[in-house]
Design a protein around this ligand. Structure first.
Ligand code: HEM
Ligand code: HEM
Length: 168
């Protein structure tokens, strides 16, 4: 197999693609979730197949991306191993959450596409969709904590009790 250059799909444009992709995925998922049922089925179908297409596109991009690309697929096992070996760097929870989310959202969309043709799959599809919300809730809580909450908590002591030299 030919190795791809490690700089393949790197840089700011790759990050922009990842952010736009994330917005489309999250938006599509929420639209599909809130239009589930018979009343808005056409919208549910459209958004749901959109999510399925987004997951497939992410997997294709991930396979094409080089080692240093932000589009590289998450590698949770590697991340946990590096962290346990004391290698430092990012928390392995980022990779664990990303892999679990890609798998869960992919499964929701895939079972939805199946339910479109095989009515027996409707109940499992609904159950998996409801269960995936817990993971998504955990994901949002995790990113808010890592990117915002931790720093606020660390800044609390000096906010509550300012150091003497900052007093008049
Ligand atoms: C307000 C809501 C959300 C916020 C603030 C948010 C934020 C983020 C952030 C900051 C990351 C990157 C984490 C990192 O640094 O590695 C991320 C990754 C991810 N998010 Fe969300 N997210 C939200 C909702 C969702 C929803 C609803 C879904 C699924 C339907 C989702 C699926 C994902 C996936 C699959 C990744 C991993 C991307 C990858 O590397 O392939 N997110 N999210
Ligand atoms: C990934 C996004 C998706 C989410 C979050 C999602 C969520 C749901 C939920 C929660 C239900 C239960 C609705 C209820 O009976 O109250 C449902 C039903 C259903 N979904 Fe999806 N779904 C998604 C994708 C899809 C796709 C791609 C299709 C393909 C057409 C699909 C087809 C169906 C069908 C046929 C039902 C049964 C409708 C009924 O009870 O009459 N879904 N979905």
């Amino acid at each position: 197999m030919t190795e791809r250059p490690s700089g393949w799909l790197t840089g700011r444009s790759a990050m922009t693609v990842l952010k736009a992709w994330h917005a489309a995925l999250a938006g599509g998922f929420l639209v599909a979730y809130f239009t589930a049922g018979e009343d808005y089925f056409a919208m549910h179908q459209f958004a749901g197949y959109g999510v399925l297409a987004a997951i497939v596109a992410r997997l294709v991009l991930g396979v094409m991306a080089g080692e240093r690309s932000p589009l590289r697929l998450p590698r949770p096992v590697e991340a946990v191993r590096r962290w346990r070996a004391g290698g430092g760097g990012r928390s392995p929870w980022f990779a664990l959450f990303a892999a679990a989310l890609l798998a869960a959202v992919g499964l929701v969309a895939l079972t939805g596409a199946l339910a479109d043709f095989v009515p027996r799959v409707e109940d499992p599809h609904e159950a998996i969709a409801e269960a995936s919300l817990w993971l998504i809730g955990g994901h949002v809580a995790f990113v808010v904590w890592m990117y915002w909450g931790r720093a606020r908590l660390a800044a609390l002591p000096s906010a509550i009790m300012p150091r003497k030299r900052s007093l008049p």
